[in-house]
Unconditional design. Sequence first.
Length: 554
Amino acid sequence: MAETFEFSMRYFIPLFFFILTYSLSVHCNNLNDPRMNEYDVLHYDLNLAFDLQKKTFGGNVKIEFRATGFPNEIVLSASNLTLVIDSVFIDGKKTSFTHSEDYIVSKLPSPLDKGIHSLISVYYRGTSNFTGAFEDGGVYFSSSNRVATSSEPYFARKWFPCKDIPSDKATAAIAITVAESLKAVSNGILKKVEQQDHHKTYYWETSYPIATYLISVAIAPYSEFSEEYTSITEKKLKIFYYVFPEDSSKARTDFMNTTKILEFFEQTFGEYPFINEKFGFAEVDGEMTMENQTIPSIQQNMFTGDRRHELTLAHETAHQWFGNMITPVDWHHTWLNEGFATYAEALYLEHRKGAEAYQQYIDNMMSMKNGAYAGSIIGKNDTVFWDSFAPRVYYKGAIVLHMLRNIMGDSMFFTSIRNYLNNPRLRYCNAQTEDFIQDCERVCGESLSWFFNQWIYASADSVDRPALEYGWNITKNESRYDLTLKINQTSAEKILYKLPLTVTVKTSISVYDFTIVDSLTAQTFKFALNEKPETIEIDKENKVFKILMMKREN
């Protein structure tokens, strides 16, 4: 079958939608209550039962934690809109609590000593206000026999009490009770299935730390199939696919290259991070494609039977390294997830289709109107959804990695990526942008602050790339020709960039490449040639994100 990949659909429609809705400000008030810093979650034991007819759910969560300070109360994230808290126990003793402003606050009998382990148990009931839109989250009851959760970035609190902060990762056990005609899918390994009366309980368990936004539940009368993959380390990994019965045939085609995607990313980034558990995909309704750890969700309209959305599968697979294994410390650094996973799409396309296809992908992202990616890639406010998940985070983040690769060269660039992923301080933990920068600088042996300051941290409301106006002329000097090139950064009043550029000069018989660094508001470069220049091109391979305007010299 001919290979097909999405180009315009992948970029222009989602990005246009992003821009139209960018004015939305989805907030989560008081996201990080400072009292949460007084403890560290070690393990979640979550038990849930879903009634798909009534569209309700309920259960309990037991949270093992360790005191990192001297807390006299425990604060948990829990939505007031969707959750009703019935009771709270601390170390087996019922305790009083308040539930307001999306928090449960439980008083301890006495302050805990630092390092002490304790257990808080919360019993609760829930309903849903989630309609399946990707900028919202919680539990989506899409029909009488389908339900799924979506929790990124801070919507886990809408379906279970937790410490809903990405910097506090823990292991988890998830028990899900449903009608016997349904299957319940979650993270990690399926340990057992128990049947009682007309219900089944599925027991899933993670041995790797997981952030709350990556914990997921998907329930449906799934058709299930699987395959086995041999890792680059010769370990066996089971890959599971859970799809709606009507999409089973299409899914077998759409998923046919999953092992090829895994193999390429293992060769590029290192061993699949959750090799001792599983990998797979679960079909869901709504706009809920999401990289949930070990079991990404893929929304139904992406099952087409022609592999049209294979790059989306690559994107969600890449997240297992970028976001799931190494998780951002907070949502200011979302580009470490989304920019990297988007760039991984380009890398996979380069691997499958060649350099020209890769460059077309990059060119598509660079072709958006100036200002589409305005603002710093590092978010200003990690409680505003459209700041953490703006177009610049995905697409400009990927463009930055493309430029960094060209500056460092393939060897140092990919070594830096692997060093970042294998950094023992970061693996299965959390990172911020500075951690990635440090690993890059260690490899190249020099500061890259000039690059990251202008492309990641700098912020302007209307500028997202330099605008360059250039002109050139030629003078004859005895047996040689002197070419003078003038470049003005017309956007310099907003941001002045340092730009390594290649200038390609063509004569009637030769082609010459000159490397320059443009770093001034107005700058002049001179080149001496033995042949008369006929044309010049600046950065013809599009290695630098920019706007070029030629102004012929008199």
